[in-house]
Design a protein around this ligand. Structure first.
Ligand SMILES: [Zn+2]
Length: 146
């Protein structure tokens, strides 16, 4: 189960999976990204919430999203803030706006030296296995792999 952290010896800070967020993380392990979708107005939402921000309905289900989106904002980290990320420098942390609407804070992977990251660049989901219990929803520039 190779991942980018194998050489680092130190695992990065990992998300705390709770009962409320487990469907999100389980969906990543199952190979798709699912977000809460309002059963009344059909809006997707993220992060998880009890009520729909659009219509206040408490009724929802976890539904898959396309995994396609665009870069809303990003920053390139060139300085080391955590040992686990040493082998990744420089790396790009981005806010990705999914085509379904919600925005996720994530990291871009698979960048090549001549890739240009810009706000509005299309991206697609790339699930990265960190451990048996954790798969992270990361993103890559659309059309760079395949
Ligand atoms: Zn709603």
């Amino acid at each position: 189960m190779a991942n980018e952290f194998d050489e680092a010896m130190v695992l990065p800070p990992l998300p705390q999976v709770t009962e409320e967020t487990r469907p999100f993380w389980d969906s990543c392990k199952e190979g798709a990204l699912k977000l809460q979708r309002c059963s009344d107005c059909s809006e997707f939402r993220f992060p998880r919430s009890v009520a729909c921000p659009a219509c206040a309905s408490m009724s929802y289900s976890w539904e898959p999203v396309s995994g396609n989106g665009t870069i809303f904002s990003f920053v390139t980290f060139r300085r080391l803030y955590h040992k686990a990320f040493a082998s990744l420098l420089p790396y790009v942390v981005a806010v990705v706006e999914l085509s379904e609407g919600p925005r996720l804070l994530t990291r871009l992977v698979g960048l090549k030296d001549d890739d240009t990251v810009k706000c509005g660049s299309p991206v697609s989901l790339r699930l990265e296995t960190i451990s048996d219990d954790l798969v992270l929803p990361l993103f890559e520039l659309a059309g760079t792999h395949g």
